[in-house]
Design a protein around this ligand. Structure first.
Ligand SMILES: [Zn+2]
Length: 92
């Protein structure tokens, strides 16, 4: 078996948007079923949106296998108060 075969398969998956290619360094691409994502932290007071980077441990391939649904993107939102708005609130 050729060593290039798994990579060709992964490239194909990546092209279809099933998995994303995660760049860990400049020379090597690593493939993960999990998407490196971020949670949008949305301030309900000033509407500022902060990014909270997190590795979401959901195997997209299993989702596709079980449901036939191909995940191309994800979105997570947390609502609350940002630091500035919290501090303002405490000072009142
Ligand atoms: Zn705020």
């Amino acid at each position: 078996m050729s060593l290039s075969t798994p990579y060709a398969t992964l490239n194909e998956f990546s092209r279809r948007g099933i998995i994303k290619t995660l760049q860990f360094d400049k020379t090597e691409d690593r493939y993960e079923g999990n998407l490196e994502e971020h949670i949008n932290l949305i301030c309900e007071r000033c509407r500022k949106i902060l990014d909270y980077r997190v590795l979401i441990m959901v195997d997209q391939r299993k989702v596709a296998k079980k449901t036939g649904f191909s995940v191309t993107d994800t979105s997570l939102e947390y609502y609350g108060l940002c630091r500035e708005c919290r501090e303002e609130k405490e000072n009142i």
